[in-house]
Design a protein around this ligand. Structure first.
Ligand SMILES: Cc1cc2nc3c(=O)[nH]c(=O)nc-3n(C[C@H](O)[C@H](O)[C@H](O)COP(=O)(O)OP(=O)(O)OC[C@H]3O[C@@H](n4cnc5c(N)ncnc54)[C@H](O)[C@@H]3O)c2cc1C
Length: 404
């Protein structure tokens, strides 16, 4: 019989277990992990570098990065926020650095040092971890929980922390224990588009574009990367997060619009082009490049938006210039499917947040049952926000176990 069973050895479950042991080292606690290793997503996170959190310390600003969970996380971050995680890791000897977009990485650029830090802590705090645990059921029996394993072994516990991430197992257990759930669907992905000459420019990126989805209000501003099958980069990945449900419902068949010159109004773009026409009348527009696009991208626009690549600027009709302005401000591509973002991937969906008390992460439907991490219907955009959700909710649950 255990005081606490943590189901799942990902970052949220392990952090919860460490906190529980910190508060009470005598607590009888075990982490039951389905696979043969713990923290396996940490290893591959951030492209192997582990974007461990984001150095956004203003809680309101921080919450804007969570398409789902932004309201509920406000109180949670007041208990444990990115600065606390940074201090925690540094205290344990992990040197950190802040990269673009306030992303926090280990200075070594190697996720293994985060895993090593946790393995050391698990040993120091004497946290029991059992691997290859095949749980087939979690049942509430009076005041206790019974965990049933495939080999028919039964383990009893007074409290349970469900930390199964985006595995459907956790949803199944929670449903049985009376919870409403939103099925998991993908978030944080790149877009595949219909065959188009722009794909020949794979590898090129452009800053400060606005990407938006036709027939919706979803839009994001940021860098875009052209890939060999479509588009990626922060603007697209973040759009996939905010529009995760919309895209899923549309089966990823939507029209993506790109405003390549989001910093300019259409009038300003036209003004700049007319000025160029006046000042460099005998020149080719391709040579002038008044918006400083990567040359190959500018050449693509001139070839595809009015076929004016080889035309001297004085010979380009105003009608063609208007067409160019229109296309630069609203260039359309047919999305045909999604592809994974290799740096970070997360699921949208999970336990209904109204049924969880974010002061202690306890279920409002079933006493002594706690939810942490990605199993909750919380997900963030790319940038370390998803791991921060795991740290914060894990911290709160682990600290709350002693409370009556
Ligand atoms: C490729 C990739 C890169 C990422 N990079 C980043 C990044 O750089 N920064 C960031 O913030 N986020 C990143 N994420 C997201 C982040 O890893 C997750 O949000 C985070 O790991 C969620 O933690 P968790 O503990 O809730 O779940 P998980 O990490 O998924 O852990 C759940 C654990 O529970 C176990 N489990 C599942 N079912 C059972 C069961 N029935 N019984 C027992 N155990 C079970 C699983 O085996 C797993 O070990 C990345 C995700 C991926 C896939």
């Amino acid at each position: 019989m255990y005081d606490v069973i943590v189901v799942g050895g990902g970052p949220s479950g392990i952090f919860a277990a460490l906190q529980a042991k910190r508060i009470n080292k005598k607590i009888k606690l075990v982490v039951l992990e389905k696979s043969k290793s713990i923290l396996s997503k940490i290893k591959v996170s951030g492209g192997g570098r582990c974007n461990v959190t984001n150095a956004t310390f203003d809680i309101k600003e921080l919450c804007l990065n969570y398409p789902r969970g932004n309201k509920e996380l406000i109180s949670a971050f007041h208990q444990f926020q990115p600065l606390d995680m940074i201090k925690w890791l540094e205290k344990k000897g992990v040197s950190l650095k802040i990269d673009n977009g306030k992303r926090v990485f280990p200075s070594s650029d190697n996720s293994q040092c985060i895993i090593d830090c946790f393995l050391k802590e698990i040993k120091n705090k004497d946290v029991e971890v059992k691997y290859n645990q095949n749980i087939i059921n979690v049942i509430k029996k009076n005041d206790l929980f019974e965990i049933v394993l495939k080999n028919q072994e039964k383990i009893l516990a007074k409290k349970i922390i469900l930390a199964t991430g985006s595995s459907n197992d956790g949803l199944k257990y929670a449903k049985q224990l009376g919870h409403n759930i939103a099925p998991f669907i993908p978030s944080l992905f790149s877009f595949k588009i219909e065959s188009n000459d722009i794909l020949k420019l794979a590898g090129l990126s452009q800053k400060r574009v606005k990407v938006f989805l036709k027939n919706s209000s979803y839009a994001q501003i940021g860098s875009i990367l052209i890939t060999h099958e479509g588009f990626s980069g922060p603007s697209i990945i973040n759009l996939s997060s905010f529009a995760a449900k919309f895209l899923y419902e549309k089966k990823y068949k939507v029209i993506l619009s790109i405003n390549w010159l989001n910093n300019f109004s259409k009038d300003q773009i036209m003004h700049i082009l007319l000025k160029a026409k006046h000042q460099h009348s005998k020149n080719l527009l391709s040579k002038i490049n008044p918006f400083n696009f990567p040359y190959k991208l500018w050449a693509f626009f001139l070839k595809n938006f009015g076929n004016i690549f080889f035309t001297t600027i004085k010979d380009i009709s105003n009608r063609n210039l208007i067409k160019l302005v229109e296309k630069l401000s609203s260039d359309h591509y047919s999305m045909i499917s999604k592809s994974e973002n290799k740096n970070e991937f997360v699921s949208c969906g999970g336990i209904n947040l109204k049924e969880v008390n974010f002061k202690d992460m306890q279920s409002k439907k079933c006493g002594n049952l706690y939810f942490v991490g990605e199993l909750l219907n919380v997900d963030g955009i790319t940038g370390g926000y998803n791991l921060q959700n795991a740290w914060t909710t894990g911290f709160i649950a682990g600290n709350s176990l002693q409370k009556p």
